[in-house]
Structure formats: structure tokens, C-alpha cells
Design a protein around this ligand. Structure first.
Ligand code: FMN
Length: 385
């Protein structure tokens, strides 16, 4: 018997022990080795979204970088968000005409037209990476015609952010909110949001209790939301009566809650575990999307479903779209890209658009709207588990 056969029983254990890689080794350490600490490499040297993390980690001071990077507790959910996509292999189809794939990226989100099925997720404190803070997200999203959802705890005020939109108000923004129990304040906030021409309210429902952030606690940069908050479906219905805007619950993590969202008249739901920053052990959006698909794929047609967490590659986006997710959000990659200002954010958007198109092409998808679950083998192959 060949001696390597003797090792077969130990193979699963060996694979399971494969170390976690925050940034997969694709040669950036060697290629950009001469980048002095505290400086950014040339933007042209950034070839994929994980590279922005590499650049930001060397450029930003450690506490600011930690605020962006951190996850809850042991960061198992943060890691799982990144690793979940690679547990499922693609099923490429050959001999398919994919020459028009790029023209099929545009989509609608709640009826608004965008050039691609991904968006900038709401992340607080954009000013830690760049003095123009969230202005860069508005400008880059506007130039590339993708959706940007400013965070409630942004560095700039909602008014300063909205002022960056083109004067003809052609750019669509949604607004993320955290709410206090004071209805008068909530009403005033909703009125302000409507007055700015914002098209939807994204209500974060995954943070009813404080985040447990070990990495951040070392630098005193933990969650800004430190109280227990009253968030129920009754409360959600009350909010719907306080605004004419659609209110999208963000942080849905089970098929039961998707069904409840439909029952309570939600226009859309946003699958997210807050980038693994809130509850360690919470599932990645891909796992939740698969749970929904396995229970009832029609749910993706009954309500628009968005998802974020750990998306770094075009193929990650494709796996979510294949299950029926309408649009996919990214948080940290854009926050790190903002170290370069508007050009960095725009490059991140362009890199991802290109990766989605070429990955779909190689997967044999002629039209991105035609992607379905048959393009992925939905069997956990055990890698990185
Ligand atoms: C620095 C940072 C700040 C965030 N702030 C908020 C926030 O204020 N409100 C919210 O709903 N989500 C917030 N999130 C979560 C993001 O909206 C999003 O769900 C998450 O970043 C997606 O995971 P990804 O970073 O792996 O793409 C934040 C995430 C990061 C990284």
C-alpha cells in the first residue's frame, strides 16, 4: 500500500486545521513589500478587494483600523462570513454564449435603477479612513451608479452626506437608522430623512443588545449602541405608520423572520449578521439564504432579499444571486478602499463589477438575471469547516 493512503483517515482533520486567512496569500506581500508603514501603495497595485484590507492595515493607526476590522468575541462569525462561500463549489457550464454578460449587470432595488447588483452597506465612522469621510461613498456610488446606504453613526451628518448628491437629485440613497424609544425623536428623524429625498429607511434590527467586541475593547473602540433596545414586529408596524418611505429590516438571520417580515408588510429584508460584529455564532448571510432556499425558494419572489457579510470576490456575489438574493452589500472593503478617497472606492466598485462579469462568463451564465441555484453545488464540501 502506498504510504500516503495510511494518512487518509486523518484527511478531514488536516483540512479542518487549515489556518484561517484574513487575506488569502496571492503574492501582495512580495509585490508591495517596499510600501513603507503609514503610506499607501499605488492604487494600480490593488488588484482585488482583499488588497484594500492589506493597504488599510498598514496605513491606518491601529485603533482606527481595529474599529473597522473587529468582529464579536472570538470572531468566529467574522471568519465564517469570509469562509462560507468557499464551502460550495461552482458548477460551470460550457459552450454557452456569454458575450453579452456585462450588459446584464444592471438591476433594480425597490424599483430604483442601478448599474450592478451590489451596494455599499452602512458603516459608521467613515472619517477614520479619509478626511472627506462619507462624501467619497456618495461620489463614487454616484459615478458608478450603485446604491449607497449611509450609516446613522456616520462621521458626517445626513445633511452633509445628502449635499454631495448631484443637484438634480438623480442619485438614490437609502438611510440606515438605529432608533431610541422616544417616538418624537424617531418622527423627527424620519421627517428629516424624507426631507433629504432619501428613498428608503434601513432599520437595523440585529443589535437589540450591545455588541461583544473583544478586539475593539482593547482600544476602546467598541459598539456605539450600548443599551438594550425595544425592537419587535409591533414596533416595526408602528414605524411603518410614521413614514411614507419603505422600512427595510436589516439583520434578518432566519427563514422564520423572513416569513414574519412578509406577514408584517415589509417591502424587503436584509440578511446580515452585521459583519460578524454583533453575535458571535450567528450565521453568515449565505447560510441564511440557503436556509430560505431550502425551505421555500418562492420566498425570494415574494419579497426582495438583500444580503451582506464577507463578500470579497465576484464569485461570492454570484453564489448569493444564484439562491435568489436580489442585491449584495459590502462593508469593510469599501471602508478600507476609502483610505484612497473617492478614487479608491471607485476602483473597488470597478474591480467588483469586472469580477462579477468575468466570473459569470466563465461560469457559463449568459444573463446575470438568469443565474439560478443549479450553478452551485449546494453540498458543504467541508473545506475550511
Ligand atoms: C466599521 C463598520 C461599521 C459598521 N457600522 C454599522 C452601522 O452603523 N449600522 C449597521 O447596520 N451596520 C453597520 N455595520 C455592518 C455593515 O452594514 C455590514 O453589515 C457588514 O460590514 C458586512 O460585512 P463585511 O464588512 O464583511 O462586508 C458596520 C460594519 C463595519 C465594518
Amino acid at each position: 500500500m502506498h504510504s500516503s493512503f495510511l494518512l487518509l483517515p486523518f484527511l478531514p482533520a488536516a483540512l479542518a486545521a487549515r489556518p484561517f486567512l484574513n487575506e488569502p496569500t496571492t503574492g501582495i506581500d512580495e509585490a508591495l513589500a517596499n510600501t513603507p508603514a503609514g503610506t499607501l501603495p499605488d492604487l494600480q497595485g490593488i488588484v482585488g478587494l482583499p488588497d484594500f484590507d492589506w493597504a488599510a492595515r498598514r496605513y491606518m493607526n491601529v485603533s482606527d483600523y481595529t474599529y473597522y476590522r473587529n468582529g464579536a468575541a472570538g470572531e468566529w462569525s467574522y471568519r465564517n462570513n469570509l469562509e462560507a462561500y468557499n464551502r460550495f463549489r461552482l458548477r460551470p457550464r460550457m459552450m454557452v454564449d456569454v458575450t453579452n454578460i456585462e450588459s446584464t449587470l444592471p438591476t433594480t432595488i425597490l424599483g430604483h435603477n442601478f448599474s450592478a447588483p451590489f451596494f455599499i452597506s452602512p458603516c459608521s465612522r467613515g472619517g477614520l479612513a479619509h478626511p472627506d469621510a462619507e462624501k467619497n461613498f456618495v461620489r463614487a456610488a454616484g459615478a458608478e451608479n450603485i446604491l449607497y446606504i449611509p450609516a446613522f453613526f456616520a462621521t458626517l451628518s445626513m445633511e452633509e452626506i445628502a449635499a454631495e448628491k448631484p443637484s438634480n437629485d438623480s442619485q438614490t440613497l437609502f438611510q440606515q437608522v438605529y432608533l431610541s424609544s422616544n417616538d418624537t425623536e424617531t418622527q423627527q428623524l424620519f421627517d428629516r430623512i424624507e426631507g433629504l429625498g432619501t428613498k428608503a429607511i434601513v432599520f437595523t434590527v440585529d443589535s437589540a443588545a450591545d455588541g461583544n467586541r473583544h478586539r475593539a475593547a482593547r482600544y476602546g473602540v467598541g459598539s456605539a449602541d450600548s443599551s438594550y433596545t425595544y425592537i419587535t414586529w409591533d414596533y416595526y408596524n408602528k414605524l411603518q405608520n410614521m413614514t411614507s418611505l419603505p422600512v427595510i429590516p436589516k439583520g434578518i438571520q432566519s427563514v422564520e423572520d423572513v416569513k414574519l417580515a412578509i406577514e408584517h408588510g415589509a417591502p424587503a429584508v436584509f440578511l446580515s449578521n452585521h459583519g460578524g460584529r454583533q453575535l458571535d455564532g450567528s450565521p453568515s448571510a449565505l447560510e441564511v439564504a440557503l436556509e430560505i432556499y431550502e425551505e421555500d425558494p418562492q420566498l425570494f419572489r415574494q419579497i426582495e432579499i438583500y444580503a451582506d457579510g464577507g463578500v470579497r470576490y465576484g464569485a461570492d456575489v454570484l453564489k448569493l444571486l444564484a439562491l435568489g438574493v436580489r442585491a449584495v452589500g459590502l462593508g469593510r472593503p469599501f471602508m478600507y478602499a476609502n483610505t484612497y478617497g473617492v478614487e479608491g472606492v471607485q476602483r473597488a466598485i470597478q474591480l467588483l463589477k469586472r469580477e462579477i462579469a468575468i466570473d459569470a462568463g466563465n461560469l457559463g451564465v449568459p444573463d446575470l438575471k438568469a443565474i439560478d441555484a443549479s450553478y452551485v453545488k449546494w453540498v458543504n464540501n467541508g473545506w475550511y469547516s
